[in-house]
Design a protein around this ligand. Structure first.
Ligand SMILES: [Zn+2]
Length: 119
């Protein structure tokens, strides 16, 4: 979003009623949860990302999809992210994950850790 757009948008908050502001707050809290989940996933996998298919560690950074860093294996030109090869790869609504904080987050960590150590 451009800075000028953002400034105009911020100004429009003043014209919102209480109900609209509540909705905005709830929505931004959900986004914050999603950001935290993504940060956690990336932190867990930042040590040494490797290709889930051929275990190669020679990778290109290949942009981002759904805010997750995408890598491209130099050997086979296949792309993947920190969740590829884990049961979480196809899960949508990452913002809802924090509802399962005690179970899901630990599974994410364990899953990513396992992928790094086992390959
Ligand atoms: Zn590979």
């Amino acid at each position: 979003m451009k800075t000028t757009e953002f400034k105009a948008w911020i100004k429009s908050i003043e014209r919102m009623n209480r109900n609209q502001r509540d909705k905005l707050r709830k929505s931004s809290e959900e986004k914050k949860d999603a950001d935290e989940v993504i940060a956690l996933i990336e932190r867990s996998s930042d040590d040494k990302p490797s290709c889930p298919r051929c275990k190669a560690t020679k990778l290109y950074r290949w942009g981002k999809v759904s805010d997750l860093q995408l890598y491209r294996c130099r050997q086979y030109n296949r792309t993947f992210n920190a969740l590829t090869g884990t049961p979480l790869a196809r899960l949508r609504h990452k913002d809802k994950w924090f509802e399962y904080e005690q179970t899901m987050i630990h599974k994410v960590k364990a899953s990513v850790k396992q992928r790094i150590t086992v390959g």
